[in-house]
Design a protein around this ligand. Sequence first.
Ligand code: GRF
Length: 189
Amino acid sequence: MKKIAVFASGNGSNAQAIAEYFSKENEARVIMILSNRKDAFVIERAADLSIPTIIFNRSEFYDTDKITNYLIGQNIDLVVLAGFLWLLPSSLVKAFPNRIVNIHPALLPKFGGKGMYGHFVHEAVVASGDTESGITIHFVNECYDEGQIIFQARCTVDPLDTADSLAAKIHELEYAHFPRVIDEVLKTF
Ligand code: GRF
């Protein structure tokens, strides 16, 4: 059975969708959820799913190799970033080459980079007047949102869409595709 570690900083609805998807098959499992915020709602979701959580602070993450070494020690096959807001330290990226995936709630390379997360992305898309947005699932390197793109899916941005209504459309795309694309990536290992 392949082992997935999910990083999330906030709500965690994608983390839950991924964990539920893999709970129904034997090929892979989400065996831990890691977060930089002990009060994030994803921690409650993890408890409901009976998935162990690891909480870490900035200095543990950036000044030590504690998290990287823990993931290596647990024989993690794939690291999934699902609404995780911190840039990964290079030791972590180097330890899992082409084994870290992220989801971005827009069509990269547009609307990516530092500070472009969550609502900021949807607000920028609506303000731009673009008539489509979507999701990008990509491998992670040491720069925000710049790793190789694995998959994109699109939705329309209608004239009456707000950042909130666009966020809802994007979440539907995320739930429909992210677990499935992770499954496909795992099958290539
Ligand atoms: C998602 O839209 C994801 O694409 C982005 O942050 C959001 C996280 O939502 N990176 P949730 O925490 O999974 O509910």
